[in-house]
Design a protein around this ligand. Structure first.
Ligand code: WT7
Length: 650
């Protein structure tokens, strides 16, 4: 991939926004962007205070920022309710009868909720949660498919000051249980299932296994699939029996700006996922601001972000960002290739989607499925395209531009993280000339840079660490229950800076080229995983003595998981075992973590101090041709000789 980026750099292909697009855009020129950037850089507090004042506050803050590295408090003393900024204030205007949510289920069923209706549903859910005993500060776990109730549940939690912790429906019972335990959640909201590729995902069954021995007191179950599920007396209640009968009137209380809005678990470099904690005022300011600038939203837009609500992209760009802007969002439940490879294009044509935001891994799958699929549909409603989750290779970028955007729609390649809460580096579609593969420039207010380990700036086109030099409102506040890990991970690497964990470089025009993670985090089909997490899952199997997991480049997924496994004495290293282990990882974490390839080795190459030589394993994994599902017993002599030559190099 780096080679293609080189070729783009030398060609310096660049696409300027059309005059027509620029004329109507929020930010209309690079001169205007530069001016905003300069203003925000000179007076960050003044700049962010102005942005934040566009939300609905019931009490104005007394201090914009309280910053004692690594601790930031934004809009100190201010009070607001996130669900009021997303709903009530629009319901008070003509937007009451504007569509807030357009929803399509995988089987083809649809629902539309206006702002007025969404507000009523959220109020009912808020009242129902209160009746179930949820109080301000109690954590609520949400494990739902992409149905309107997912957004309703999140907003209802926000409304009553109960932090939500959404767990992606693709995670296993085991992973859900770990997250529930860490958050000490009191209630979990789930459904009898969700549709995925024509089959029902057994969410309720997973919940039943996950909540054993946890703090969970109640399970609220949405009926989605008419799936027969067991209901435990005294613990489980149906959504329609509790929410549907609750009062649609709820007077929202305001919370402190720094009140926890949610935690969301993401993988770090250890085996234990981190509960990334975001607070109300700052997070909402970031989600609101970036949605407005980057997606250039207008009232007549239909905005479709394809991310699941279980990821931060779903939080910021399906729920909080667009709703805080009074926009219309589209939500789709199922797979992109159900019933055929053109489902997404069918949805865009049918609903008239204008702004479309998806991940490079999806774009590469669409490329592979063939140009005939998008060509069958009228995509002329689209005016802007977005990409997120991993570096987008220039080939996929060009395909997206030509086959989906018909060379007419600007592309915003947005770099950010669960931790940053909202987009940090991205083109502004009416202003920034784009280069395929580059996320271009930081947004006004974001002091991003590329530096060496000692903090000195890297030269043009020189690789370094991607850092943020000043606090921003939607930054994470801590890792739930582990402030020390928070400080060490993000502020302990480069003095004075937030360290993102990504490698990057800036070109002569100041454009950022994000190269990927520099730590033991891998990105598989836009899903973030820790190699250690997969390793712990593997060694928890009784037949495994030791395991090392690495990522190898993959044309479709960006990275694929390769696991080197040393079986216990006397255990046969064969295809049957590989199969068992792949399933084991899947049940421990989720299908997204299932290793692509398992390679057995008599021993793993280690340094003298006993550290596994991952760099060596990465080379071994990517050097040889993919063997797909077959397994090999690594020749110990080969590994040893390789290890020796590596040791000499280091
Ligand atoms: C990691 C964050 C942010 C929402 C989805 C992922 C990678 C994300 C880009 C991009 C290059 C990107 C980084 C980052 N990443 N967007 N546009 N170009 N890399 O959130 O799961 O917290 O993962 O995704 O490596 O650190 P996440």
């Amino acid at each position: 991939m780096s080679q293609s980026i080189e070729s783009v750099l030398t060609e310096n292909r660049s696409f300027a926004p059309s005059e027509e697009f620029a004329r109507a855009a929020q930010v209309k020129s690079m001169a205007q962007y530069e001016e905003m950037y300069r203003r925000a850089d000179e007076d960050p507090e003044g700049y962010w205070a102005e942005v934040a004042s566009e939300l609905a506050w019931t009490k104005k803050w007394s201090k914009t920022l309280d910053w004692k590295l690594p601790d930031a408090k934004w809009f100190v003393g201010g009070q607001l309710n996130a669900s009021v900024s997303c709903l009530d204030r629009h319901v008070a205007t003509w937007r009451k009868n504007k569509a807030a949510l357009l929803w399509e289920g995988e089987p083809g069923d649809t629902r539309v909720l206006t702002y007025g209706q969404l507000h009523r549903e959220v109020c009912k859910a808020a009242n129902a949660l209160i009746a179930l005993g949820v109080k301000k500060g109690d954590f609520v776990a949400i494990y739902l498919p992409m149905i309107p109730e997912a957004a309703i549940a999140m907003l209802a939690c926000a409304r009553i000051g109960a932090p939500h912790t959404v767990v992606f429906g693709g995670f296993s019972a085991e992973a859900l249980g770990d997250r529930i335990k860490d958050a000490k959640a009191k209630i979990v909201i789930t459904s009898d299932g969700g549709w995925r590729r024509g089959a029902i995902v057994p969410l309720k069954e997973n919940v039943d296994r996950a909540v054993e021995g946890t703090s969970i007191e109640k399970v609220v179950v949405v009926k989605r699939c008419a799936n027969d599920v067991a209901m435990k007396d005294g613990r489980d209640v149906w959504w329609h029996d509790t929410v549907d009968v609750a009062s649609p009137r709820h007077e929202a209380e305001s919370f402190d700006s720094e009140h926890t809005l949610f935690t969301l678990y993401t993988s770090g470099t250890t085996g234990k996922p981190k509960g990334i904690l975001h607070t109300t005022g700052g997070y909402l300011t970031g989600a609101y601001y970036t949605t407005k600038l980057v997606f250039d939203l207008r009232d007549e837009d239909i905005f479709w972000c394809t991310a699941d609500i279980g990821w931060v992209t779903g939080h910021s760009y399906v729920v909080y960002g667009p709703l805080a802007n009074g926009a219309t969002v589209l939500m789709y439940e199922g797979a992109p290739n159900q019933p055929g490879p053109d489902r997404f294009w069918d949805i865009i044509a049918k609903w008239g989607v204008t702004v479309f935001y998806t991940a490079p891994t999806a774009i590469r799958a669409f490329m592979r499925w063939g140009d005939q699929w998008p060509a069958k549909h009228d995509l002329s409603s689209l005016r802007l395209l977005g990409s997120v989750g991993e570096p987008i290779n220039p080939e996929a970028w060009m395909w997206y531009r030509e086959q989906i955007g018909h060379n007419r729609c600007p592309i915003v390649d947005t770099w950010w993280q669960t931790e940053t809460g909202s987009i940090m580096i991205s083109p502004l579609p009416g202003a920034t000339p784009t280069k395929p593969g580059s996320a271009t420039r930081p947004l006004p207010g974001i002091a991003a840079d590329v530096v060496h380990k000692d903090g000195t700036p890297a030269k043009a086109n020189e690789g370094g660490f991607l850092v943020i030099k000043k606090p921003w409102p939607s930054m994470l506040r801590t890792i739930f229950g582990d402030h020390e890990r928070f400080q060490k991970t993000y502020f302990g690497e480069v003095a004075g800076c937030y360290f993102a964990g990504d490698g990057a470089r800036k070109d002569a025009d100041g454009y950022f080229w994000v190269m990927g993670r520099v730590d033991d985090v891998i990105n598989v089909a836009g899903h973030r995983l820790s190699t250690m997490e997969v390793e712990s899952a593997l060694v928890s199997h009784p037949k495994v003595a030791e395991a090392a997991v690495v990522g190898r480049p993959d044309d479709l997924k960006g990275q694929a998981i390769v696991a080197f496994v040393t079986p216990r004495q006397g255990v046969a290293a064969d295809e049957a075992l590989a199969k068992v282990l792949r399933e084991h990882v899947s049940s421990q974490i989720g299908a997204l973590a299932r290793p692509e390839e398992i390679r057995f080795a008599e021993a793993l190459p280690k340094t003298r101090s006993g550290k596994i030589m991952r760099r060596l394993l990465r080379e071994v994994a990517s050097g040889s041709k993919s063997r797909g599902d077959t397994t090999t017993l690594e020749d110990q002599g080969v590994l040893e000789r390789l290890a020796q030559s590596f040791a000499q190099e280091e």
